[in-house]
Design a protein. Structure first.
Lengths: 484, 121, 425
């Protein structure tokens, strides 16, 4: 029997797991996918929002601002790539300036620091590529950019280091409440074996599936709509096209798209917003991709779309009530929801972790651990070292001298690190999210056979077992000659 | 009399060659820019042939596969027989360019030869 | 810091031929840096025949062609480093020399001072992402070259039922290769109204195996959450946008992409070489020297070639000129005349010619932007027609050339511009 079972190893489940791992409790995280950070957490805008957008008084507003405040320390403690590059919400000459002022007022009410309105002249000094129609903008210096993979993985690894058990490839099929505990019936998506997990408290952090989890035990039904967002990622050559995250002032035409540098130096354009029927609808569409360039042009001119290196789609968990749903279900004691976590979910994750952990602590009267490990080091990126340090490293570990991903210049040493650390990479995407190998302009064309070679050498798997992203996504299907 | 239009594969130029035939005999070839085109066209309409390239497994070498080719062109309808014939062949390193991997492949009278050097591991 | 007269970045066909040529033209101190575990570059995975008809008067497989140049490099005792990645190239302060920073397992990160550098890094394939193909992102989508490596060098099959987008040569070659290994290639779709590959490859890779080639078609959807399950293609109009109602769905487990190659010039950019946006390769003069003195370029890093024979020829020129640079230093400032590519000529390599410095004859290579039948390549010095060569067929997939002679150029002391254009024959 676990004290706590967390369903979902996205950024929310992982942040909660990490906060809870500060206490003396037995905790497990149950994840359907083969790796942590495999749902909404892996495909989003990668923004740490300042917090002016949410309606004052909502959980979204409160947790956004607090989550934002927590990022500096977290980034240092957990080695999460993070930068406060500042956010701009631009208003064009066809738009109502009042809208911008309302946003400013909301931001002030939410407690966002240092907001100000900038006029065109000053704006153009900061961002010469803004469109000619931009007149003014709301500037939020606390807005930032983050690596969502590393953020989630950092929480999960640190939780793991502090004794949390992770069960991957494990899908929750049913949840039953017995007198004082829950039984979670699960299926291993690879071995197809069933297993029942028992826990005193269940935390529902199942992203777009969190309504399904809630509705298994609670009569207070939730309804999550998957809202798809499509994005373009551009080459690093275009990474400094803007320096701030450039949002558009919402209008009748929609929320608009953002144009932003990423923490790794690419340029991101997106998202579209479209409600979809399927919670697996991670496909991009002709129309969606087509619209991105047009919409982006409203705020940033001549975005170099010829330099797109990939496009992707993510699903946001939109709940009908339009706010985060966090806390114990009214009719099911011990069942805690962290549901409907759409934007600003990534930003709010640290604060949600703290909030939910606080609730669990009360419920179980948990004691703090004395030996909590508060820090975690990410994969060592050799290009951050001085020449001397790097050569010392290569002397001790020659693998750091062997470049595998030539676009991102990632060495074998970094890939080995990603494989052998807690909750290590098992797939090409797992390696990619931890090291960036395969994330560059050739999109793994060059390095994937080499990364496969390393995976099958280091892990008990053959080339046929290696997947792109878990069960069923195998890369090669046989050897030559056997198909004839 | 009938004519057939072919794309010569003799070189990358890819000339469009017209072959005129009467009673199964080639009476004229036009459109070619070199004698190769003439030869190709005559052969293609009577007994088309191809060079076949593939790979076979290597043991003890620095690479797991070695690429091979037919030492000369073989009848086109023997391509699949040829690939089938080398399916289970495994050669031991070292392998040198020109080494015969399988002689008289699929009864064509043509040898399958290695087209790359593979050193011993 | 180690010193070499010439550092060659890349040990593929361009780098090998450049090294041999530089040595034969008098430079002793040469280092080839290759990132892979062997010399030969991408030729090692091109096991089909058809290489070397111009150079060796016979048809060789890729590895055979490579081995002939590798043998020449070994015979001359030219130094090379394998498994070594060049990380950066920069100019040195107070010297015209270049600093090449490279790294490998045994030497760590190290710097080399070079009098001249020859860029021979080759190119990479355009990825699915760069093509903006909508749909899911499952396993089973490969660039044709990645599939070629898996099948030919490692002996693994990427899939059983295949759709290919793009009729570039690698895609055509892989259609045959996958078929011979037992896969079913269902269709090759090509966005343009003409093939991007050589005509002979359509005959012997598609027609021989009854694989349909659908011109003016593209992929508009990829299905399959984990692994590719189906691909939908549609016809495109003259604007290259899909035409509603023309969709055809193919069940398959694999999508191969052969949609163009991009010269890999990240290092060139790091040293500040000017890049031609049309070729994505460096702008060079008749010496194949880039905008930076002492930095030369050849092969697919300069512009994507159709035949390796031309790569070798170009590399021989670059090697010779790099050797001359090492011996004589930077050429004195000489008048450079720009070649203007117009009316169907997309670009030329080289872009600038120095009539006083050039060889007696100079091959100018280029590609056309469309299919031209019964047209001619016309060359003008200023406004005077110099030559007009009839060509029955020209296509974007095949390189064209014009040879300029120094003696003719010298008849035009006031030469301001050279124009190469496609005209009616």
């Amino acid at each position: 029997m676990y004290d706590v079972a967390i369903i979902g190893a996205g950024v929310i489940g992982s942040a909660i797991a990490r906060e809870l791992s500060k206490y003396q409790a037995s905790i497990c995280v149950i994840e359907r996918e083969e790796d942590v950070c495999n749902g909404t957490s892996k495909a989003n805008s990668a923004i740490i929002h300042a917090g002016f957008d949410a309606k004052p008084g909502t959980l979204k507003a409160k947790l956004n601002v607090h989550g934002n405040e927590m990022m500096d320390k977290l980034s240092e403690d957990l080695d999460i790539p993070f930068k406060r590059n500042g956010s701009l919400v631009v208003c064009t000459k066809d738009q109502d300036r009042d809208g911008l002022m309302k946003l400013l007022e909301k931001g002030i009410a939410n407690g966002v620091p240092d907001l100000k309105i900038l006029e065109r002249d000053e704006l153009m000094q900061m961002e010469p590529n803004l469109s000619d129609d931009v007149e003014c903008a709301l500037y939020a210096p606390t807005g930032g950019i983050v690596c969502p993979f590393n953020m989630t993985i950092a929480f999960a690894e640190n939780a793991c280091d502090n004794g949390v058990s992770f069960f991957l490839n494990t899908e929750v099929l049913n949840i039953k409440k017995d007198d004082d505990h829950f039984c979670l019936e699960t299926l291993h998506t690879d071995t197809k074996e069933s297993e029942v997990f028992e826990a005193k408290i269940v935390i529902n952090a199942a992203g777009v599936h969190s309504d399904e989890m809630n509705n298994m035990v609670s009569e207070h039904k939730l309804h999550i709509t998957a809202r798809r967002g499509e994005y373009f990622l551009l080459d690093k050559d275009a990474g400094s096209y803007v320096s701030c995250t450039v949002f558009q002032l919402p209008s009748k035409m929609g929320k608009g798209v953002l144009v932003s540098p990423t923490i790794h130096g690419n340029l991101l354009v997106g998202p579209t917003a479209e409600d979809v029927d399927s919670k697996d609808a991670l496909n991009t569409t002709l129309d969606g991709l087509d619209s991105l360039g047009r919409t982006a042009a409203l705020s940033v001119k001549n975005v170099p779309l010829r330099q797109v290196i990939t496009s992707f789609a993510g699903l946001r968990a939109h709940e009908a009530s339009d706010d985060f749903i966090i806390g114990e279900a009214e009719d099911v004691s011990g069942f805690i929801n962290a549901a409907g976590i759409e934007s600003p979910g990534l930003t709010s994750a640290p604060a949600i972790g703290e909030m939910v952990a606080g609730q669990v602590k009360e419920m179980l009267a948990l004691m703090e651990k004395e030996n909590f490990i508060s820090t975690r080091k990410g994969v060592l990126h050799a290009d951050t070292l001085s020449l001397e340090e790097r050569n010392q490293l290569i002397k001790e570990h020659p693998e750091y001298g062997n470049i595998i991903c030539r676009c991102e210049m990632i060495s074998e040493g970094e890939i080995l690190d990603a494989i052998h650390r807690p909750l290590g990479a098992r797939s090409l995407d797992g390696v990619k999210r931890r090291t960036r190998a395969g994330m560059g302009r050739c999109q793994a064309g060059f390095c994937s056979p080499r990364t496969m070679e390393i995976l099958q050498r280091e892990l008990p798997m053959t080339m046929f077992d290696i997947t792109k992203n878990g069960v069923g996504s195998n890369i090669v299907i046989g050897t030559n000659k056997e198909m004839r | 009399m009938n004519t057939r239009e072919l794309t010569c594969i003799g070189c990358p130029l890819g000339c469009t060659v017209t072959v005129t035939m009467e009673n199964g005999e080639v009476t004229a070839v036009t459109g070619n820019t070199c004698p190769k085109g003439d030869a190709y066209a005559r052969k293609e309409v009577t007994n088309p042939t191809r060079i076949v390239t593939s790979t076979v497994r290597v043991t003890g070498g620095v690479a797991p596969m070695v690429n091979v080719k037919t030492a000369s062109d073989i009848p086109k309808d023997k391509i699949f027989d040829c690939v089938e014939a080398i399916k289970d062949i495994v050669v031991a390193a070292p392998v040198k360019i020109g080494d015969v991997v399988l002689s008289d492949v699929a009864g064509t009278g043509v040898d399958m030869v290695a087209a790359r050097n593979i050193a011993v591991k | 810091m180690k010193n070499y007269d010439i550092v060659i970045v890349g040990g593929g066909p361009a780098g090998l031929a450049a090294a041999v040529s530089a040595r034969d033209h008098g430079t002793d101190s040469i280092l080839i840096i290759e990132r892979d575990k062997e010399l030969g570059g991408i030729l090692n995975q091109c096991i089909h025949n058809g290489f070397g008809l111009h150079t060796f008067k016979e048809e060789l497989t890729g590895p055979e062609y490579a081995s002939r140049f590798i043998d020449q490099v070994l015979d001359r005792g030219i130094e090379y480093k394998l498994n070594t990645m060049v990380m950066d190239i920069s100019t040195m302060e107070g010297s015209s020399d270049k600093k090449v920073t490279a790294m490998n397992r045994t030497d760590g990160m190290f710097e080399i001072q070079a009098k001249a550098v020859i860029l021979a890094m080759g190119c990479r394939e355009r990825s699915r992402g760069a093509l903006n193909i909508p749909g899911y992102r499952p396993a089973g989508i490969f660039s044709a070259g990645t599939a070629q490596r898996l099948v030919n060098m490692e002996g693994y099959m990427p899939g059983r039922e295949v759709v290919i987008l793009g009729s570039g040569d690698i895609g055509l070659i892989m259609a045959r290769r996958m078929t011979l290994e037992g896969a079913k290639v269902k269709v090759v779709a090509e966005l343009m109204p003409y093939s991007g590959g050589l005509k002979r490859n359509i005959v012997q890779c598609l027609d021989d195996f009854d694989i349909p080639l659908k011109l003016s078609h593209t992929v508009i959807d990829i299905e399959g959450k984990e692994r590719v399950e189906a691909v939908t293609i549609a016809e495109v109009g003259p604007d290259r946008k899909p035409i509603p109602g023309t969709e055809e769905r193919y069940t398959c487990d694999t999508l191969l992409l052969s949609c163009g190659l991009i010269p890999e010039n990240e290092l060139s950019k790091s040293v500040g070489v000017e890049i031609n946006p049309v070729t994505s390769g460096p702008v060079v003069n008749d010496s194949l020297e880039t905008s930076i003195d002492g930095v030369f370029a050849c092969g697919n890093v300069l512009h994507v070639h159709d035949l390796v024979d031309y790569v070798s020829q170009e590399a021989i020129t670059a090697g010779k000129n790099a050797a001359a640079y090492v011996k004589n230093g930077a050429a004195a400032d000489a008048k450079a005349v720009e070649i203007l590519p117009v009316d169907g000529v997309r670009y030329t390599v080289p872009k600038f010619i120095r009539p006083t410095e050039m060889d007696d004859n100079l091959t100018v290579r280029f590609r056309v932007g469309d299919v031209y039948k019964n047209c001619a390549i016309a060359t003008y010095f200023n406004d005077t027609l110099i030559s007009k060569r009839k060509r029955p067929v020209m296509a974007p997939g095949e390189m064209e050339q014009v040879i300029l002679s120094k003696s003719k150029l010298n008849e035009f002391p006031d030469l301001e511009k050279i124009t190469i254009r496609i005209e009616q024959a």
